[in-house]
Write a protein that binds this ligand. Sequence first.
Ligand code: ADQ
Length: 514
Amino acid sequence: MRLVVVSNRVTIPDRHEKATAGGLAVALREALEKHGGLWFGWSGVVGAARQVREMQRGNVTYAVTDLSEAERESYYLGFSNRALWPIMHYRLGLTEFQRDDYMGYLGVNRRFARELSAMLRPDDVIWIHDYHLIPLAAELRRRGVTNRIGYFHHIPWPSADTLTALPFSATLVRTLAAYDLVGMQTAPDVRNLVDCLVTMCGAVSDGRRVRLGVRETAVQAFPIGIDVEAFRRLASASVRQAATPLRATRESLGERKLVIGVDRLDYSKGIVQRLEAFGQFLRSHPDERGRVGLLQIAPPSRSAVPEYAELDRMSDEVAGRLNAQLGEFDWTPIRVVKKAYSRTALAGFYRRAQVGLVTPMRDGMNLVAKEYVAAQNPADPGVLVLSRFAGAAQQLSEALIVNPYDTHEVAEAIRTALAMPKSERIRRFELLYGAIENSGIHWWTQRYLDALTGSRAPDEAAELPPKAKAPPKRGSRKTDPAGPERGEGTGRAPGGARKRSAASDDGSHLTLVR
Ligand code: ADQ
């Protein structure tokens, strides 16, 4: 079999084979290398050239196509990011539907199908990613493609009640029946999608398989993970490096504690609400003033969409107001940094922070939550505060789970996290680490492909990860002892086992460019 991956954006690795992507892109690339493969999608370039360009890297072909300005406007900015993204995140008020955008979305999917089908071989297994490309399999089937085709949906799937507000939603949902396997992040997403297929399209389902007309589609949850070991090693390494932002942060913070937020600047991530919650925490607990700071790292994304430009302005405004109200001449409570950092620097920031504040209003999974856990020092770990509306909350129940709409609740969770005794922090960390380690990115890729290729029945393949190994033993912490000064970077996991790392410091920030 040859693997064909399709995603909205394709980033071609540079000639020096230096990785230029986050965990998901690296894992997909590895799967492509294992089977030999083709990665197809938008080059990221807007221009007149409409020919597919192919580049060979080892046994993987990267095939990219440009979008015209009109296609970018309608397919990408319009229907994908002004209609589908908000409605899938339950933000009906922000959902803007334009018929022309929808037509442009269908048009690009049709064109992708035409270009891709010309490159397909009979033994190809096709794996399509994300909401930009929902109708792609239906368009491929229309062209006579009979290969196995899977889809993975990286963002939440809303209830039928919500989705029906989107014009043509039933037509769009129906196109999912063209897939052999549809993967979702969580069990609630699976339930919502199956319900949509049944109530909006008249499908018949046993909850896991959906029959619509002559086609049968498996719908399963495959919670995405990270390369835990690789990220842990990056975090250890970052502590040893001399000129890292981490070192500068340590110098500028001194003994002060650090709360960290890391997100694309996106309204689904709850950044403004998080800043307000931190302000509330300082107002409710004046004794904490001057002793702790919030570092919010938020590189802008999709700036051409007005809601994102507005969020950019609002986050500056709220941080400025809170700093003016609560700051002192020698202490700034909130720092908002709008740039992307290397993975090593990011891992170092996570490790330095006593609290990871991950409070999206809705999120398919949220990999930052998992990265924060992976980066902790097992002997003196920080505490994860996590929104109940992140898919990750389904797995990471030992985090402090909060409702991000409740500013007071988040504020109190920050207080609880900062005051948590070390023994309790270690207990929670060990359980969280076990959870992410047992459902890492390689597990995810393999399980999905096993289910898609039929080498394992979909139900079985999507079962929960192997039971968490026994939590790392306390004694093993001497392999990764407390504090950067005390023997960081032994190359060992909390459990003490030496493992191979697949990571490198790649300087990029997003998993798949959105
Ligand atoms: P995203 O919405 O992009 O992904 P997330 O899962 O948190 O959200 O992944 C973001 C990635 O970007 C993380 O790996 C993070 O480290 C990185 N990143 C963010 N800010 C950065 C910065 N300033 N510098 C460097 N790196 C930065 C979508 C869905 C999620 C789902 C993923 C994967 O919205 O719910 O978890 O896909 O399926």
